[in-house]
Design a protein around this ligand. Sequence first.
Ligand code: ZN
Length: 242
Amino acid sequence: MAYLIISDIHANADALLTVLEDARKCGNIEKILCLGDITGYAAEPGACIAIARESDWVCIKGNHDMAVSGEMDARQFNDDAAGAAAWQRRHISLSDRQWLKHLPRTLEVGDFTLAHGSPRDPVWEYVTEPRQAAGSFAHFRTRFCLVGHTHCPVYFVARGRGAEGRLFKPGQPLKLEGRMLINPGSVGQPRDGDPRASYAIYDSEAKSVRIHRISYDIEVTQNRMVELGLPMRLVTRLGHGV
Ligand code: ZN
């Protein structure tokens, strides 16, 4: 049995469809866990939400989802992100805005807690350093916590009162141990210098997580964004994975 773990799709339907197709090759996906930010940045929020709703994802909200649904003022974002959120808000249905609004901020699924930023602050905290991870472990009850938000595939292991952080090596299974914080990277806007879509597969029998990277047609996504007048900085960063 396997769980597909995805985060930070950011309205990039080309990347999402490529990930879903690639993940099917990994065998029987029992659940799809999404760690938020289905929307924001790119051109196809409605298509991405439709896929999530149709396939019954286990899904929490991210900060961009809150801005696009109208639950949060997008002026807290930088200009490009705020512009994209406002554009998306106008281009999705009322029903989709309501659906985003009603997503939970955190969820527990078996051994996992799901939180977009961190279990301590699911909306805004970025867990990039062991120090932040160490401060998070008291804020969830399960053994493992799945987070997104930084767009970098990385994991942290609790060690005493501290934590050790490691970058994932794509393709290599990570055996889960002790208590961990795990980030599967971003489907739609990776920021670790590798522009390929990132996702994770959890193997419930082996108790391991494996990161996968897959190329998609970035130019198609970029052209669509240009045609719709989305900010150029958001278009070019997709090609660089930053
Ligand atoms: Zn994000």
